[in-house]
Design a protein around this ligand. Structure first.
Ligand code: NDP
Ligand code: MG
Length: 381
C-alpha cells in the first residue's frame, strides 16, 4: 500500500488529498500544517501517521500534549518540515503548502529520493531550475498537481516532447473577468475571495483574481516542461472544463477535460501512471453545452505581463515578482492596500529590485526577502 506524506494537509489541496487517500485506501506517513493544530490533531487521529509537523514552534508543546495518547511523533519548524519531507517511510510526498516557503521541503524530499506530487507552484517559480535538476540527478519524478499542469502532463503521455509545437494554458479569468481598471480599484477582499469555479485557499484565490496565478503557472509550465514562455499560449476559458492542451508538430491538439474538481489531478499525481475511480462527478459535455475561449487582457491584469517579463529575464526575477506578490496579497487581505496596488507593486518590483547572483537557495531567500521589504517600504506598512 502506498504511503503518502502531505505537507499542508489542513488546506484546500491537503484536505482534498485526504479524500483521495480515503477513497484509494492509501496509508499516511506524515502530515504538516502551519498553525491549524485542531484540524491537524483530528487528521492525526483519523490517519495515524508516523509523524506530524507544526510549523509554528510556539504551538509544538500543545500539539505534542494533545497527541500524547496516540504514539504519533510531533515535530516543528522548518527543520521538522524538511525532516518530514525526507522521512524514510513515505513513498511519495505531496507538497501542498502555500508560498515559497515550500521550496526547501521540496528539495529535502528530492534529496531523499522521494517522488514529489507538487501543488506548491511557488517552489517551481522561485527554484524551478534547481528543483528540476535535483529531480533528474536523484531519479525522482515531479508530478504536477496544478490542474493545468496535470492536463499538460496527461496530454504528453505517450507522445514525444521534442514534437511539441506549443502548450495551451487555460485560465478561468477569475471573478473580475471583463472589469475595467476603474472597476478593479473598488473591489474588496470579500469580492475577490469569491472564485466562480474553484474553492481554494485565500492566497491562490486572490492570485486568480489578479491573474498573477496564470503568470505563476506560465513560469511553472516553463520549468516543468522545458518550453520557453513564447511557446505557451494563455487562453481564457471561463468554464474551467478544458484544463489545458498540447499542440504537436502535425497541429493535433490533445487536451484533458473534466469537471473542475482538484481531486482528479491530485489523485492522478498520487496514482500515476494508474487511473482509478475518483471521488468526484462525471463530466457531462451535454450539460456544458458550449465551451468558450478568449484572449486575456494583459493591460488590465498587469501581473500577467510582469510574470512574462520575469521569466524572460530569468535568474532571480521570478523570485522577485513572486515575493512582491506574496507580500502585496497579504496586505490586500489585511485591507491595507487596494486590489489594483497588487499588480502595480508586482510590475514595479521588476525595475526597482536588481537581484544578483546565481539561482541558489540562499540567493532565492535573499531576493524574496528584499522584494517583501521593498513592498512594505513602498506602502508604508
Ligand atoms: P491553503 O491556504 O488552503 O492551505 C495551505 C496549507 O499549507 C495549509 O495546510 C497550511 O497550514 C499549510 N502551510 C502554510 N505554510 C506552511 C508552513 N510554513 N509549514 C507547514 N505548512 C504550511 O492553500 P491551497 O491548498 O489552496 O494551496 C496550496 C498550494 O497549492 C499553493 O501553492 C497553491 O498555489 C497550489 N494550488 C492550489 C489549488 C487549489 O485548488 N487550492 C489549485 C492549484 C494549485 P494552516 O492550515 O495551519 O495554515
Ligand atoms: Mg491552476
Amino acid at each position: 500500500m502506498k504511503k503518502i506524506t502531505i505537507l499542508g494537509s489542513t488546506g484546500s489541496i491537503g484536505t482534498q488529498a485526504l479524500d483521495v487517500v480515503r477513497a484509494q485506501h492509501f496509508e499516511v506517513s506524515g502530515l504538516a500544517a502551519h498553525s491549524s493544530i485542531e484540524l491537524l490533531e483530528q487528521q492525526a487521529r483519523a490517519f495515524l501517521p508516523d509523524t506530524v509537523c507544526i510549523y509554528r514552534e510556539d504551538l509544538y508543546k500543545k500539539l505534542k500534549e494533545n497527541l500524547s495518547d496516540t504514539g504519533v511523533r510531533v515535530t516543528a519548524g522548518m527543520e521538522g518540515l524538511c525532516e518530514l519531507a525526507a522521512q524514510e517511510q513515505a513513498d511519495i510526498v505531496l507538497n501542498a503548502v502555500v508560498g515559497m516557503i515550500g521550496l526547501q521541503p521540496t528539495l529535502a524530499a528530492i534529496a531523499a529520493k522521494k517522488d514529489v506530487a507538487l501543488a506548491n507552484k511557488e517552489t517551481l517559480v522561485t527554484g524551478g531550475e534547481i528543483v528540476m535538476r535535483a529531480a533528474a540527478e536523484n531519479g525522482v519524478k515531479i508530478l504536477p498537481v496544478d490542474s493545468e499542469h496535470s492536463a499538460i502532463f496527461q496530454a504528453l503521455q505517450g507522445n514525444r516532447t521534442d514534437q511539441v509545437n506549443r502548450i495551451i494554458l487555460t485560465a478561468s479569468g477569475g471573478p473580475f473577468y471583463g472589469y475595467t481598471k476603474e472597476q478593479l480599484a473598488q473591489v474588496t477582499p470579500e469580492d475577490a475571495l469569491k472564485h466562480p469555479n474553484w474553492n481554494m485557499g485565500a492566497k491562490i484565490t486572490i492570485d486568480s483574481a489578479t491573474l498573477m496565478n496564470k503568470g505563476l503557472e506560465l513560469i511553472e509550465a516553463v520549468r516543468l516542461f522545458g518550453k520557453q514562455a513564447k511557446d505557451i499560449q494563455i487562453v481564457v476559458h471561463r468554464e474551467s472544463v478544458l484544463h489545458s492542451a498540447v499542440e504537436y508538430h502535425d497541429y493535433s491538439v490533445i487536451a484533458q477535460l473534466g469537471v473542475p474538481d482538484m481531486r482528479i489531478p491530485i489523485q492522478y499525481a498520487l496514482t500515476y501512471p494508474d487511473r482509478f475511480l475518483c471521488p468526484t462527478k462525471q463530466l457531462s459535455l451535454i450539460e456544458c453545452g458550449k465551451l468558450t475561449f478568449a484572449e486575456p487582457d494583459e493591460e488590465t491584469f498587469i501581473c500577467l505581463k510582469a510574470c512574462k517579463e520575469a521569466i524572460t529575464r530569468g535568474g532571480l526575477y521570478p523570485t522577485v515578482v513572486n515575493g512582491a506578490n506574496e507580500q502585496a496579497v497579504a496586505l490586500f487581505l489585511a485591507k491595507k492596500i487596494a486590489f489594483t496596488d497588487i499588480g502595480i507593486l508586482v510590475l514595479k518590483s521588476l525595475d526597482r529590485i536588481a537581484p544578483s547572483g546565481e539561482v541558489t537557495v540562499e540567493n532565492i531567500i535573499a531576493a524574496d526577502a528584499r522584494a517583501r521589504e521593498w513592498v512594505l517600504q513602498q506602502t508604508g506598512c
